[in-house]
Design a protein. Structure first.
Length: 253
C-alpha cells in the first residue's frame, strides 16, 4: 500500500500515543523540534532521543557503540509499552536493534528514509550497495580519530537540498562528524523478536543519501506492505515537518 502526501492536516488526537523518535547520522534530537512540537500539540507523548556523541552531547568517541545507542533508546522507553518507535536514516538500524531486544514494548516501527538491516548487516554494508547515493563523493573517513565526516561543499546539496538557504547554511556550519564504530557494527535480528513487530516505511523520493531504489529494495526484503512517499530530500523533518508529523500521528493511532 503506497500513499503519496503533498500535504496533510491533523486534529487533536483523542487517543494520544507514546512516540519515541531516533535521529540519524550527522544529526541530533534538535533537528526534530518542528515535528515533535506538532505531535505534542496534537496531544501525543513524544520523546526525541539524542544519541551519545550527537548534538551537544560530549560523550567520548572511544566509548560510543551501537549498543550504547540502543541502550539510550531503551532508557528513554523505560518500562513503557505500546511505543511507536520512529527511526530516521541510520536511526533505522538503531530502532531495529531496539525492537529485537524489547519487542513486547514496541507497537510499531516507523522508518523515515531509513536503513533497514537484515540479520548480520551493518549500516556500512547496506550503504555500500547504494550506487545512486551521493554521500560517497563527499565522505571523509578518519580511521585514527574514529570518525566520518562530509566535505563542506556537499552537505547542503546532499542532505537538505530542499530547505531554505538559511537552513542550509546553518546545517553546514553546525555539521558534526559521526562516530565510525556504530556504523560498522552488525545488527543481530530474529523472526521471533524483530519479525513480530509491525513496520511501516516513509519513502523520500528526492533522497541523495539513501536512494529511493535502495529504500524500495529494503522495504521489499523486509516484507513491509504499508508505506508512504514524500517529495522531499533525506530530511523531511526539515523541509516538510507538518506533513511528516501527520503521517506519524496517523500511524500512531
Amino acid at each position: 500500500m503506497a500513499t503519496t502526501f503533498a500535504f496533510a492536516q491533523t486534529t487533536i488526537n483523542a487517543n494520544p500515543a507514546n512516540i519515541v523518535i531516533v535521529h540519524g547520522s550527522w544529526s541530533s534530537a534538535a533537528d526534530w523540534e518542528a515535528v515533535s512540537a506538532k505531535l505534542r500539540a496534537d496531544g501525543n507523548q513524544v520523546t526525541v532521543v539524542n544519541l551519545p556523541g550527537h548534538g551537544t552531547d560530549q560523550t567520548s568517541i572511544t566509548s560510543i557503540s551501537l549498543q550504547g545507542y540502543v541502550d539510550a533508546v531503551k532508557k528513554a522507553i523505560n518500562g513503557s509499552k505500546e511505543i511507536v518507535l520512529v527511526g530516521h536514516s541510520f536511526g533505522g538500524i538503531v530502532v531495529s536493534a531496539v525492537a529485537e531486544q524489547i519487542p513486547l514494548q514496541i507497537k510499531k516501527l516507523v522508518y523515515v528514509a531509513a536503513y533497514i538491516p537484515q540479520n548480520g548487516e551493518s549500516l556500512l554494508t547496506i550503504a555500500n550497495t547504494d550506487a545512486a547515493s551521493q554521500v560517497g563523493k563527499y565522505l571523509q573517513i578518519d580511521e585514527k580519530a574514529g570518525i566520518a565526516g562530509i566535505a563542506k561543499e556537499g552537505i547542503a546539496s546532499t542532505f537538505v537540498a530542499d530547505a531554505p538557504k538559511g537552513v542550509q547554511d546553518y546545517v553546514t556550519t553546525h555539521f558534526r562528524a559521526e562516530p565510525l564504530v556504530p556504523l560498522a557494527s552488525p545488527v543481530m535480528l530474529s523472526a521471533a523478536n524483530f519479525g513480530r513487530v509491525a513496520k511501516i516505511y516513509i519513502h523520500t523520493y528526492n533522497d541523495q543519501v539513501n536512494s529511493l531504489a535502495l529504500q524500495q529494495k529494503m522495504v521489499k526484503a523486509t516484507d513491509i506492505t504499508r508505506f508512504y512517499g514524500l517529495p522531499s530530500s533525506h530530511t523531511p523533518f526539515v523541509s516538510m515537518p507538518l506533513t511528516l508529523a501527520a503521517i506519524i500521528a496517523g500511524e500512531a493511532k
